[in-house]
Ligand binder design. Structure first.
Ligand SMILES: N[C@@H](CCC(=O)N[C@@H](CS)C(=O)NCC(=O)O)C(=O)O
Length: 90
C-alpha cells in the first residue's frame, strides 16, 4: 500500500497534519506500506509527482491500495480498519 504524505514541513506544523492519521492507522492495523513524500511549500502542497492525477484536491493523506485510491482521512481510517479487522468492533 502506498500512502502520500508530507516529506517536509515547517516546524509549527509538526504533529498537526492529517497524513499522520493514515500512518498511525497503518501501523496500528499492521498493514505494510510505503510512503510517497511531497513537499509543503509556502502556497501549499507542491505537485512534484503529478499528484493531481491521484488526489483531485491535491491533499494528503491519500492512499493507493493496489490501484484502489482513497482520499479523506476519515474514509481512509474506516477503510484500513475494515480491511484489517482492527480498531473498530464488529
Ligand atoms: N478533509 C481532508 C483534509 C485534508 C487536508 O486538509 N490536508 C492538508 C494537510 S493536513 C493538505 O494536504 N494541505 C495541502 C494543500 O491543501 O495544499 C482530510 O481529512 O483528509
Amino acid at each position: 500500500m502506498k500512502v502520500y504524505v508530507f516529506k517536509s514541513l515547517p516546524p509549527f506544523l509538526w504533529g498537526y497534519t492529517r497524513d499522520l492519521r493514515a500512518m498511525w492507522a497503518l501501523e496500528e492495523c499492521g498493514i505494510a506500506y510505503e510512503t510517497v513524500g511531497l513537499d509543503c511549500g509556502p502556497n501549499g502542497l507542491q505537485d512534484e509527482v503529478d499528484f493531481g492525477m491521484v488526489s483531485p484536491f491535491k491533499q494528503v493523506p491519500t492512499i493507493d491500495d493496489d490501484g484502489y485510491i482513497l482520499t479523506e482521512s476519515g474514509a481512509i481510517l474506516l477503510y484500513l480498519a475494515e480491511k484489517s479487522g482492527r480498531l473498530i468492533p464488529y
